[in-house]
Design a protein around this ligand. Structure first.
Ligand code: GDP
Length: 137
């Protein structure tokens, strides 16, 4: 079993797509280990996306991620990290495959509905950024 970290981003929460996104995740056999609704500050978003600090879209991305409620969650299944990335689809929804979450719901390369960890080390950092050990017992 492997765990990954995911966020339902503010665009999806605003548009009322949270339930539909969760349904796709559960249908794909992920166990929902933990989930919570949060509103994060721009500084908290910057800490989460620190690896992107030098990218030209960093300021806009952190504004977006702090623009409304999000759901942060920990998901579990075999091969969870790669399988969630596949279910999410490409970063730019214009390039996302049919049947993926971003193809179905994402409005733009930035407002793209869902985040998923891209590697084991990243998943560890991201889970620890938002969840304490007792929440995952
Ligand atoms: P992901 O792993 O598919 O989420 O993509 P990245 O790690 O490359 O980027 C993190 C997030 O930054 C993406 O999910 C988008 O919300 C945003 N992003 C990525 N590339 C761009 C871009 O070229 N322009 C803008 N405005 N946002 C971007």
């Amino acid at each position: 079993m492997q765990r990954t970290f995911s966020i339902i981003k503010p665009d999806a929460v605003r548009k009322g797509h949270t339930g539909a996104v969760l349904a796709m995740i559960e249908k794909a056999s992920f166990q929902l280990v933990a989930i919570k609704k949060l509103s994060i500050s721009k500084r908290q978003a910057a800490g989460f996306y620190a690896v992107h600090a030098q990218r030209p879209f960093f300021n806009s991305l952190t504004d977006f991620m702090s623009s409304g409620a999000i759901f942060v969650m920990v998901l579990e299944k075999e091969n969870a990290i790669a399988d969630l990335r596949k279910l999410m689809g490409a970063t730019n929804p214009a390039n996302a495959e049919e049947g993926t979450i971003r193809k179905k719901f994402a409005g733009s390369i930035e407002e793209n509905t869902i985040h998923g960890s891209d590697a084991e080390e990243t998943a560890k950092f991201e889970i620890g950024y938002f969840f304490a050990g007792y929440e995952l017992a």
